[in-house]
Write a protein that binds this ligand. Structure first.
Ligand SMILES: *Cc1c(COP(=O)(O)O)cnc(C)c1O
Length: 457
């Protein structure tokens, strides 16, 4: 018996093809991966065939070749896939927050296909500063004395705390000791920076007197954090920056203001509540204001700190600034995005503001165009949101293309999944028994892709 088993498996093993045989198979030879990668994939597939042979399954040469091709295909298809955001959430963090303007995109291309004057002064040929390009623009637009730009707002906060409050106390209201998302929690950032968190007040109410009583000889700063992804209602009270400044100034305490979204525009114009703007914070006299580049600013991922020259110099000279520095592509995109504000053309050029300012008439027309490809859908009035940690609870009126549960063959989840399998994938949302596609967060030039995906599904 034992002899038989041995004999059988010997046979099976003998039938396994050699690496050379798999490698020279036409369907492997034509693969575009390098020879080294092919050899390694063939070895792996043969090992797999040996393993399953031990369990009694014999794979043919074709099975092995198929496995090699599948593995090669998986390797070739890693990378970011362009998707269409029809969720109606304009700054969708999982979909990459803000799309770039055309000018920002071409600035990225220009800065990275060849070389740039990133850190060279073209007048004297000497070493220049990576920040000088963007600093003047930020000074002009925000009114601040100085600015530095880093990788993202989380690193701007880390850098700021480490630069002005290492081993010193930073006073934060309990109502603002928050989690922003993606594991970004104020107490954790504080600990990582070497600053000592001193929480004051209660979750719902904090007064100027709470800040005043908490000041000690070891207090370096007050930190205000904008509650960017939630709202508090009812019996609440928080201290405004303007109310806190006199105390900070008279006691020689820094005031840091993390405003999150980096809004440079009065959002009241669009029927939303006013998101705190960078200019307001700078104008009030805050020594350090921090914000993101890829939220309502509408640019690339970046963290921006603007403030007094003295404070910004402290941040620039901290070695952490090197560890969190911005790369040339983001810098190029940020400069191009800021120029849209300088030239007062943000509403026409920056996708996020095109989306916010789109009229319900326009949106309805686009949704009706989409409808032509799906007879069983309807146009339904709905609401878009800003998302991405800005204007929580605020909505903009919109018209969506809606597919009701009763018309969704295989159910709403099935329709949603089919739309995600389209090329490019279209992401919608399910709400109130319907699958919804909102044109507000879709770029107008992507309308055809939506129509095609709908026609297929
Ligand atoms: C979004 C946000 C951050 C984090 O910004 P990133 O650029 O994502 O690192 C920090 N603070 C506030 C208040 C935010 O809203």
């Amino acid at each position: 018996m034992a002899y038989n088993v041995r004999h059988m498996s010997d046979n099976v093993f003998r039938n396994l093809p050699s690496v050379d045989r798999v490698l020279s198979h036409a369907l492997v030879a034509e693969l575009s991966v390098s020879r080294e990668v092919k050899v390694s994939l063939c070895r792996e597939a043969i090992t797999f065939a040996r393993d399953v042979a031990r369990e009694g399954t014999e794979l043919s040469l074709e099975d092995i070749v198929t496995r090699v091709r599948e593995k090669a295909d998986m390797l070739m298809h890693v990378g970011l896939v362009r998707v269409i955001n029809a969720t109606g959430v304009i700054l969708h963090t999982n979909l990459g927050r803000s799309p770039l303007s055309k000018d920002a995109l071409s600035a990225v291309q220009q800065s990275s296909v060849g070389y740039t004057d990133l850190e060279m002064n073209l007048e004297d040929g000497k070493r220049g500063s990576r920040y000088s390009h963007v600093e003047n623009l930020l000074k002009q637009i925000t009114g601040a004395e100085a600015a530095i730009v880093v990788n993202n707002n989380a690193s701007a906060l880390l850098l700021a705390l480490a630069s002005v409050a290492q081993n010193k106390e930073v006073i934060v209201s309990r109502g603002e000791s928050v989690e922003i998302g993606g594991r970004f929690r104020i107490p954790d950032v504080m600990r990582a920076s070497g600053a000592l968190l001193k929480e004051i007040g209660t979750t719902n109410r904090t007064y100027v007197s709470d800040y005043e009583e908490a000041i000690s000889d070891n207090t370096a700063a007050f930190l205000k954090v904008h509650a960017s992804n939630f709202t508090q209602a009812g019996f609440t009270s928080s201290v405004k920056v303007e109310e806190l400044l006199p105390l900070a100034n008279s006691r020689g305490v820094f005031l840091m203001n993390d405003i999150g979204s980096g809004c440079l525009v009065d959002t009241a114009k669009y029927g939303l509540v006013s998101e705190p703007t960078v200019q307001e914070s700078v104008g009030a006299g805050v020594s350090l204001t921090l914000f993101s580049g890829d939220k309502l600013l509408g640019g690339p991922q970046a963290g921006i700190a603007v403030g007094t020259k003295k404070t910004i110099d402290q941040l620039k000279s901290n070695p952490i600034s090197r560890a969190v520095r911005i790369d040339k592509m983001d810098l190029a995109a940020l400069v191009a995005t800021l120029r849209h504000y300088l030239e007062d053309e943000f509403e026409e050029k920056i996708p996020v503001w095109q989306m916010v300012s789109a009229s319900t008439d326009e949106l309805r027309l686009r949704a009706e165009k989409w409808l032509e490809s799906v007879p069983k859908a309807e146009i339904v009035a709905g609401e878009s949101t800003i998302g991405g940690g800005s204007l929580p609870g605020q909505t903009l009126p919109t018209y969506t293309l809606a597919i009701a549960e009763s018309n969704a063959q295989g159910g709403l989840d099935h329709i949603a999944s089919r739309m995600r399998q389209a090329s490019p994938p279209v992401i919608g949302r399910i709400d109130d028994g319907r699958f919804l596609l909102d044109p507000r967060s879709v770029l107008p030039e992507e309308d055809n892709d939506v129509v095609q995906a709908l026609a297929r599904v």
